[in-house]
Ligand binder design. Sequence first.
Ligand code: GLU
Length: 428
Amino acid sequence: MANSVMATPAASVAPANPYVTAQRQFDQAASLLELDPGMRAVLRQVRREFTVNFPVRMDDGSIHVFTGYRVQHNLTRGPAKGGIRYHPQVSLDEVKALSMWMTWKCAVTNLPYGGAKGGVICDPSQLSQRELENLTRRFASEISLLIGPESDIPAPDVNTNQQTMAWIMDTISMEKGYSVPATVTGKPLSIGGSQGRPAATGRGVLVVTLGACRRLGWNPSECSVAIQGFGNVGSVSAELLDAEGFKVVAVSDVFGGIYNKDGFDVPALLQHQAKHGRVAGFAGAKEEISNSALLELPVTILVPAALENQFSMENAARVQAKLIVEAANGPTTPEADDIFHQRGIVVVPDILANAGGVTVSYFEWVQDLQSFFWEEEEINSRLTRIMERAYQQIDDLAQEHHTTLRMGAYCLAVKRVADATAVRGIYP
Ligand code: GLU
């Protein structure tokens, strides 16, 4: 289940640099928490950034050199954790931002991890399966200096999946001479993957959406939902939200979107997508729409589940939804955040909304380390408990500081990491 990639929306200004966005969000939280300048300086930078340029033999016999990154923002509370994405628009600043968001995501949910992220600049739709395997294995070998169960644990992200993780696990294991399942999470079940991991991010989206609805006094059956992105996260979110009674009225993928104000038959839509590789052409659609138009539909809830920078000052004033649940990382720029706040639109921030994935990654890692595996029921109930508790805590903090849920989440996360940093002290 590869995640879909979204086309960059037409915009008259250059898209925001995600690392600048991440640092601005951090600065705002640091001010609310009155962090001292030394602590601010430590936490607003990434700890390690690693760039690799590596050769891959292509099917036609030629050699192509790819560029990839692995960035560790923080390792204070445990090993670094975070996915690896394959996309033509991957950049060092994007990976740095994503690694910082991983630190806060793991701290919000209180997982004993720091944050990392990886990426390779490539267009996987243009690569054969063999080229993808060659690229993955060589990239894994290049970053083997950093990754491992005790240091840094990758997982799937945009355009990577269980198969990608299996290749990484195998490469690292072959180099060691024995199997090291806990090197990566999001693996197939047959090599130490966890029950419930493929659906975990979508399940977390469901838990926080239900939490927000409870707070707002909404009944799911009265809520229409538009979902941007129909990869692993978007499609599972659609399935679970539909099963819970929400009316899914619009979805999109990299090829475009579909809309039916009366709602879709989601199981039939999932079958259509599995067969055709896209949502367009689904018989239950009344209208075909663009990705940017989807964000401006008259719906109750919007779930961005694709890439960064979907909401900016260009379109934030035209958003009609009352609740935004950030299944993607970094979909909202700080300017759009301010506009949403002024307009009373509630945003469940990415570092909580999509934390279901890394939470079950943590369960997978724990199971691998113990070579003892849990039932899916146990996974799902522990996941729900963690997400509900985190939601409650960030909501309380947001109210205490008279601020947004994003800043509530940042206050919780940044304080946890700052406290851990302070008590460990500075080496040497
Ligand atoms: N790539 C996912 C994320 O952005 C999952 C990371 C993980 O499981 O380590 O949260």
